[in-house]
Design a protein around this ligand. Structure first.
Ligand code: GLP
Length: 261
């Protein structure tokens, strides 16, 4: 696993955005895995800036969302589909039919989960999967205890995650749906490159457990240690509890620029 420690989230957005832009440049029909939450916002801002400057086109790319709430009315502003459209896909030149997410309003939710995994496989798999991390170490909506081999499925959120996400629902925890569809940890691990971004001291403990703790279902993000190409981009505050921070700084400083992430 490569850990890149940057001065602030804007610098981190440029590092992760640069890697995604480089992928699209060498492979215009790349399949991107997009994540919601506030953590990926600097990455999306970087990609939008590159697009506006004329250096990046997502016209031939495809995108798959990581997760979705169950039962929000279609078009609800906090549905992850709507969030991703606002934050990134409508601001790049993605074709709308090339952006897919789990169907949280399907009559048959279990069938929708299986269909979603099949769509990812049919697209040739995800080339780069962007990830945030929950304060309890979750990725996507794979809460602690999630099988590290899990596939896209229905999950129940913990009260901590619902409280964390209440800020998007006017501060009302009860308004946060209790059920979601999320790519499983095993699904996420099938992506060819994982890029997890985290900022701020409130993520420091989760980042340390993800990078340096034991691999355990209690910290779903620790499954990144099993992946042959995983990159963790963090600011100084989120890196504060990493025992190997000094080593990570040395390796990043010594890395040849041609190598990329
Ligand atoms: C939600 C999302 C995750 C995200 C997490 C952290 O649970 N499903 O994908 O990583 O929130 O969000 P934030 O980046 O806003 O801290």
């Amino acid at each position: 696993m490569e850990v890149v420690i940057v001065p602030d989230r804007s610098a981190g957005g440029a590092v992760a955005g640069g890697a995604i832009a480089a992928l699209i440049s060498r492979q215009p029909d790349a399949v991107l895995g997009l994540a919601t939450g506030s953590s990926p916002e600097p990455v999306y801002a970087d990609l939008v800036a590159r697009h506006q400057a004329g250096g990046l086109s997502a016209r031939r790319a495809q995108a798959f969302l990581l997760d979705e709430y169950v039962g929000l009315p279609p078009g609800h502003p906090q549905s992850y589909r709507a969030v991703i459209e606002r934050a990134v896909t409508s601001r790049l030149d993605f074709r709308s039919q090339s952006v897919r997410g789990p169907d949280g309003n399907a009559d048959d939710l279990l069938a929708a989960c299986a269909t979603y995994d099949a769509q990812i496989v049919a697209a040739g798999g995800v080339d780069v999967q962007l990830l945030g991390i929950g304060s309890d170490g979750h990725i996507g909506f794979n809460e602690p205890g999630s099988s590290l081999g899990s596939r896209t499925r229905l999950k129940t959120l913990t009260s901590r995650t619902r409280a964390d996400n209440a800020r998007f629902f006017g501060g009302d925890t009860a308004a946060v749906p209790s059920h979601v569809i999320t790519q499983g940890v095993g699904t996420i691990l099938t992506a060819r490159h994982l890029v997890l971004v985290a900022w701020g001291e409130e993520k420091a403990d989760a980042v340390a457990r993800c990078v340096e703790g034991p691999i355990t279902a209690m910290v779903p993000a620790s499954a990144l240690q099993l992946h042959p190409h995983a990159t963790v981009v963090v600011d100084e505050a989120a890196a504060a509890r990493l025992a190997l921070a000094g080593y990570f700084r040395e390796t990043w400083a010594a890395k040849p620029s041609w190598q990329g992430l």
